[in-house]
Design a protein around this ligand. Structure first.
Ligand code: SF4
Ligand code: SF4
Length: 130
């Protein structure tokens, strides 16, 4: 029986020691967060002072991710329906069509995007001013 030593295979695991001195490729979330990227599509915000409850955002949403919900504390006298949009983040694909419809400057997307919750009802999100 011939014995052969696999030098390369024996030494290879020790190369992992060098990784201990490399700068980590990951971040220590949540104490450390990723830098914001301009134009990133995160959560919706809705400037209630300009939202007129027209439901154009609901009509344009091809994923049926928007329901119009009646609110008690109406902040805009021009909101005739007294309704504002609620987003279902189980359906939204962040296409941003709802932020492009008229009237502008009400519904927007902000860069904040991280949300974890065990209750699926908590993914029905009522965007308000931020
Ligand atoms: S967010 Fe904009 S499109 Fe949607 S109901 Fe309000 S004003 Fe209309
Ligand atoms: S971003 Fe797109 S999918 Fe999400 S609510 Fe707006 S229109 Fe619907």
């Amino acid at each position: 029986m011939k014995f052969s030593l696999d030098i390369k295979g024996t030494i290879a695991p020790f190369s992992a020691v060098g990784k201990l001195f490399e700068h980590p490729k990951t971040i220590c979330y949540p104490s450390e967060k990723k830098a914001e990227v301009e134009g990133y599509r995160g959560f919706h915000t809705n400037l209630l002072a300009t939202c007129i409850g027209c439901a154009n955002c609901q009509d344009v949403c091809m994923n049926d991710a928007i329901d119009m919900i009646t609110i008690e504390d109406e902040q805009n006298p021009k909101n005739g329906s007294a309704c504002i949009p609620r987003i279902d983040y189980g359906r939204c694909c962040w296409c941003s069509l709802c932020t492009d419809v008229y009237p502008p400057n009400s519904l927007k997307l902000e860069s904040e995007s991280i949300w974890a919750n065990a209750n699926s009802n908590n993914f029905l999100y009522m965007p308000k001013d931020r």
